[in-house]
Design a protein. Structure first.
Length: 381
């Protein structure tokens, strides 16, 4: 049976449904239009603030190999004059010759320990004396010590802070008066996903990177009024070949195995030259932050929403990792000294390829007595 009363009300209900659908459709169209408009405005604004590197002066710490050299080459390919520093004169000379031969630009290469303010001041004075200006400063120098908490010593923490915190502060404070006087400049601080999420067996490294992130973000807020734009870069793992020169403690061969797999696998790491292009693009545009690799972006997003969950998950992961070992747990070994059949296998092909590139000249062996401990150039983790 049909309810005549309901039949009479049906057209009114249909009209209401159609009206509601029409309103929803208009709202969607308006929202989409506003989204497109905002995206277009953001794109135009970014293009307007993007600088041309032709003839500009770019200073890169830790620029003799790995990511630092890749960024130096990217800047040189765009016509910039380049100043690089590192601790090893042989590597600097090789990098200088490589850049000049490939791009025909002027390159200054100076020995400098970024953990020493006197060295940094001397280097920056040489840059200004040679080029007369600094348009872009990239703080890239890094050191990484891998091992469980019980294998790390106070020296490990001090060294990481010297290179990756004070090694960011010293060059920045040295370049700032010049940039502020000119009312223009770019500063890029290469930190790490480890400066957003602290992970097991990398505590000294992550502590220094967290400090660098805080410094970098604070600088951004304070220097905008002076025309100086600061970009904080947080890469995930990169295929630079630098894992072979990183330092490992405790059961160093097991530590090197898990770390090198992460640093070389294509699904979880990014090629250094591709990362360099992204970083220089962000630097030219004066972006506030760049997180490299989708995995790193996802990890930061999840950690921001559920910090307790990520900490607990990492605690579970830590139970599966090697312990500190015996009496030699404080000894340091390079990746070269920690090879295993797994790390020599085809699985490590991309990492080996990166290590054979000219940007990865052989590292000096590090002495057991603690001398010449630092290599400068960031693998990022």
């Amino acid at each position: 049976m049909f309810d005549l009363k309901s039949m009479k009300k049906l057209p009114r209900r249909v009209r209401r449904i159609r009206r509601a659908a029409s309103i929803a459709q208009r709202s969607v169209l308006i929202g989409a239009g506003m989204g497109v408009g905002l995206a277009t405005a953001a794109y135009v604004a970014r293009r307007r603030r993007t600088i041309d590197l032709m003839g500009k002066v770019v200073v890169i710490t830790g620029g003799s190999r790995g990511l630092g050299l890749a960024m130096a080459e990217e800047c040189a390919s765009q016509g910039a004059r380049v100043a690089i520093c590192a601790r090893d004169r042989g590597e600097l000379d090789a990098a200088k010759q490589q850049i000049e031969r490939k791009f025909g630009v002027e390159v200054l290469a100076e020995v400098c320990d970024v953990g020493s303010n006197d060295d940094v001041e001397e280097f920056m004075t040489a840059v200004l004396s040679r080029f007369g200006q600094i348009d872009l400063l990239i703080n890239n120098a890094g050191v990484i010590v891998v091992g469980p908490l019980d294998s790390q010593t106070l020296t490990d923490y001090q060294e990481c802070m010297d290179v990756m915190f004070w090694g960011v502060v010293y060059p920045t404070l040295s370049a700032l008066p010049h940039m502020k006087a000119r009312k223009t400049g770019r500063i890029v601080n290469i930190t790490s996903i480890g400066g957003k999420i602290s992970v097991p067996h990398l505590v000294p490294y992550c502590a220094a990177k967290f400090a660098a992130v805080g410094f970098s973000e604070g600088l951004r807020a304070e220097l905008l009024k002076d025309g100086v734009k600061v970009t904080t870069v947080c890469p995930g793992l990169m295929r630079t070949g630098s894992h072979l020169n990183a330092l490992f403690k405790g059961k160093h061969r097991q530590e090197f195995t898990w770390f090198s797999l992460g640093a070389t696998m294509p699904l979880v790491s990014i090629d250094a030259r591709r990362a360099a292009r992204k970083i220089i693009d962000a630097a030219r545009a004066g972006d506030a932050e760049l997180i490299i690799t989708p995995q790193a972006k996802l990890a930061v997003w999840v950690h921001g929403l559920f910090p307790g969950l990520t900490a607990n998950v990492l605690g579970i992961v830590n139970r599966l990792m090697p312990d500190a070992g015996g009496s030699d747990r404080h000894e340091r070994y390079t990746g070269h000294e920690s090879e295993t059949p797994v790390t020599r296998s085809f699985v490590q092909h991309l990492g080996r390829k990166a290590a054979r590139e000219p940007s990865q000249t052989p590292a000096n062996r590090l002495n057991r007595d603690g001398t010449e401990l630092r290599w400068q150039g960031d693998i990022s983790a």
